[in-house]
Design a protein around this ligand. Structure first.
Ligand code: SF4
Length: 156
């Protein structure tokens, strides 16, 4: 089973700060090979550098903290992520929560204050519109159970 995953959740240092969002359970699942993860970083695929300023969605557009409109790069990255999801027949994705690219259901509200609003990141929205089921990392154990990685999901 192929599952698209935000690369930062597997420890890839691709987040805006140059760090990662390493998720031990998902990394263990990748190591054990019960799930075949396809890692993507839409912001990097869109051509943005590491490190970079943080960005947030304001309406349907995405701006860096300095006010630069980065919508085009975010949309380019989303299209690349969808391309890979289709190429590898990923029906599910597990994505970093709250990100302007990868967040699903709830994202930062554009004020750069840590406040949240309802909404989807650019990539998560495009994937969902194309039938990919999105999970967030806080649902990792539930997702692994549903995908049949029972032993792993049951670990403490
Ligand atoms: S775009 Fe997605 S994969 Fe890339 S650093 Fe941000 S949350 Fe992680």
């Amino acid at each position: 089973m192929n599952v698209l995953i935000s690369a930062c959740l597997l420890g890839v240092p691709c987040k805006y700060s140059g760090g990662s969002n390493a998720h031990p359970l998902l990394m263990e699942a990748a190591r054990q090979g019960e799930i075949h993860f396809i890692p993507v970083c839409p912001e990097c695929l869109g051509g943005l550098p590491i490190p970079r300023l943080p960005s947030e969605k304001q309406g349907d557009r995405v701006f860096s903290k300095s006010g630069e409109d980065l919508t085009e790069a975010f949309e380019r990255g989303a299209r690349s992520a969808l391309h890979l999801a289709r190429l590898f027949d990923c029906r599910c994705a597990i994505l970093k929560e709250r990100s302007p690219s990868c967040g699903f259901g709830q994202i930062y509200d554009g004020s750069f204050t840590g406040s949240l609003r309802q909404g989807d990141g650019v990539t998560a929205a495009l994937l969902a519109q194309n039938g990919v089921r999105i999970w967030g990392e806080s649902q990792a154990r539930q997702a692994l159970t549903e995908w049949g990685a029972f032993a792993l999901a049951g670990e403490a």
